[in-house]
Design a protein around this ligand. Structure first.
Ligand code: ASP
Ligand code: MG
Length: 411
C-alpha cells in the first residue's frame, strides 16, 4: 500500500471536535487505499503552558527534564486521535517517539533526528492496521532520554517520517490555506501560491514566514519529499493548499515569488575598527562563540586605516552580542571606538528562483523603496534573495509597495 503522511498542527487538534474533523480527513485517505502515518502536535497553547510550568519551577532547568515535560502535550493528542479513529472503525494505534523509535541526537530541546527504523510500524500495517498515529516533536537520545526537536518540530517529524517510509506525499494541515506571496495581514493583495520550490520555501521559512519549521524544509529538499501545506478548516480537495516541490516541477513562475519580512532584526555597528588582516575574524569569531546568528554584514571603506563594520542579528541576541564584543575589546583582541545597536529596524526580502536568470530585480527593488521615500540601511543578496534593512515604521509600506511593484497579485 502507498504510504501518506498527514501532520496536524496545534490549532487542528485544539479540541475534541477538531480532532474528530481531522480524523475524518484521515479516514478519507484510508478509503482511497493509503496506509497513513498521522503526526500530531500538542493542542494549541499546550506547549507554551508546559514551557511556562518548567520555567516557573526551575529557571535554570535541567534540559532533560524540560524535554520530559514539554513533549507530553503530543502524547495526549496522539492517544486521543487513535481513539477517535477507532471510534470510526478505522484500525489505528498511537506511538510515542521512543516507541518507534525516533532516534535523535542528545541536544535536548533542539535535537536532530538521526534515524527512524520503519520495521515496527510497517509490521503493524502488514497486520491490517491502517493508521499509525505518532506524537510529533519528540524522540529518544542515545542515552535513552526523551528529546524534543525545537519549537515547531512536529513539521520536521512529519517530513522525516515521509522520507523514512518513502511516502507519496507529506500533507501539513494548519490554520492557513497555504503559502502566500506575502503576509495577507500586511498586504491584502497577497495571493496563495499553488506551488513553490524547496529553495524559495527555505528562504521564506527562515525569513519568518512561520508556516513550516525551517529544518523541515531542509529535510524535504534533501530527500525530495513532496510537501503540501493546507488548511484543516477547508473542504477537502485535491488542489487545496500549496505544494512545496522541486523547481523542475514548476513550469512557470514569477521572477520574485514572495516578499518576506522580519521585525526581529537589529543592526549593530562597530565604529572605527582597525582595517587590518584578521579584523573580521576578530569580530565574528567571538560572536560565533557566543552563539549569535549574524545575518547581513557590511564593511565600509576605510579611511586612515580605520573602518566601520555593520552587521545584523536577531533583536533578542543584542545584549549577548554586545557582551561578546566588549569582552573581546577588554581582552585586547579587538579595538573599536563605539558600538551602536539599532533595534528599530525591519528586514524586508524579495525571494525568487527566477532571479538566477533575470537581472534587474535589485534595481527595481531599490527604486520602489526610493519612490516611497524609504531609506535602505543595509543590503544583502544571495542567489535567490535580496534583503534590506529599513526603519521599522516603514515595514508595512515596504512590503506593500514591493508586492505591487513585482505584481505578485498576478499568477
Ligand atoms: N508542540 C510543539 C510546539 O508548539 C511542536 C509543534 O507543534 O510543532 O512547538
Ligand atoms: Mg507549526
Amino acid at each position: 500500500m502507498p504510504v501518506l503522511v498527514m501532520k496536524f498542527g496545534g490549532t487542528s487538534v485544539a479540541t475534541l471536535d477538531r480532532i474528530k474533523r481531522a480524523a475524518k480527513r484521515v479516514a478519507l485517505e484510508v478509503a482511497k487505499g493509503y496506509d497513513v502515518i498521522v503526526i500530531v502536535s500538542a493542542m494549541s497553547g499546550k506547549t507554551n503552558e508546559l514551557v511556562g510550568w518548567v520555567n516557573e519551577t526551575s529557571p535554570l532547568y535541567d534540559a532533560r527534564e524540560y524535554d520530559a515535560v514539554v513533549s507530553s502535550g503530543e502524547n495526549v493528542t496522539a492517544g486521543l486521535m487513535a481513539l477517535t479513529l477507532q471510534e470510526m472503525d478505522v484500525p489505528a494505534r498511537s506511538w510515542q517517539g521512543w516507541q518507534v523509535p525516533v532516534k535523535t541526537t542528545s541536544a535536548h530541546s533542539s535535537a536532530r533526528i538521526e534515524e527512524i527504523p520503519s520495521d515496527n510500524i510497517m509490521a503493524k500495517f502488514g497486520e491490517g492496521m491502517k493508521v499509525a498515529v505518532v506524537a510529533g516533536f519528540q524522540g529518544i537520545s542515545p542515552e535513552g532520554r526523551i528529546t524534543t526537536l525545537g519549537r515547531g518540530g512536529s513539521d520536521t517529524t512529519a517530513v522525516a517520517f515521509a522520507a523514512a517510509f518513502d511516502a507519496e506525499r507529506c500533507d501539513i494541515y494548519t490554520d492557513v490555506d497555504g503559502v502566500y506571496t506575502t503576509d495577507p495581514r500586511i498586504a491584502e493583495k497577497a495571493r496563495k501560491l499553488d506551488k513553490i520550490s524547496f529553495e524559495e520555501m527555505l528562504e521564506l521559512a527562515s525569513l519568518g514566514a512561520k508556516v513550516l519549521q525551517t529544518r523541515s524544509v531542509e529535510l524535504a529538499m534533501r530527500y525530495k519529499v513532496k510537501l503540501r501545506v493546507l488548511s484543516s478548516f477547508e473542504e477537502p480537495s485535491d488542489t487545496a493548499g500549496t505544494l512545496v516541490c522541486d523547481e523542475e516541477e514548476i513550469m512557470e513562475s514569477n521572477v520574485v515569488s514572495g516578499i518576506a519580512y522580519s521585525r526581529d532584526e537589529a543592526k549593530m555597528t562597530l565604529q572605527s575598527v582597525e582595517d587590518r588582516p584578521g579584523i573580521a575574524a576578530a569580530i565574528f569569531g567571538p560572536l560565533s562563540n557566543a552563539g549569535i546568528n549574524v545575518d547581513m554584514i557590511i564593511q565600509n571603506i576605510a579611511e586612515e586605516g580605520r573602518t566601520d563594520m555593520t552587521f545584523s542579528c536577531p533583536t533578542d541576541q543584542v545584549i549577548r552580542a554586545e557582551k561578546a564584543l566588549n569582552d573581546a575589546k577588554a581582552a585586547g583582541e579587538l579595538n573599536f571606538s563605539d558600538l551602536i545597536a539599532d533595534t528599530n529596524v525591519a528586514k524586508i526580502s524579495a525571494v525568487g528562483i527566477g532571479m538566477r536568470s533575470q537581472s534587474g530585480v535589485a534595481a527595481k527593488m531599490f527604486q520602489t523603496l526610493s519612490d516611497e521615500g524609504i531609506n535602505i540601511k543595509v543590503i544583502a543578496t544571495s542567489e535567490i534573495k535580496i534583503s534590506v534593512l529599513v526603519d521599522r515604521k516603514y515595514m508595512e509600506l515596504a512590503v506593500q509597495s514591493l508586492h505591487d511593484a513585482f505584481e505578485l497579485e498576478k499568477a
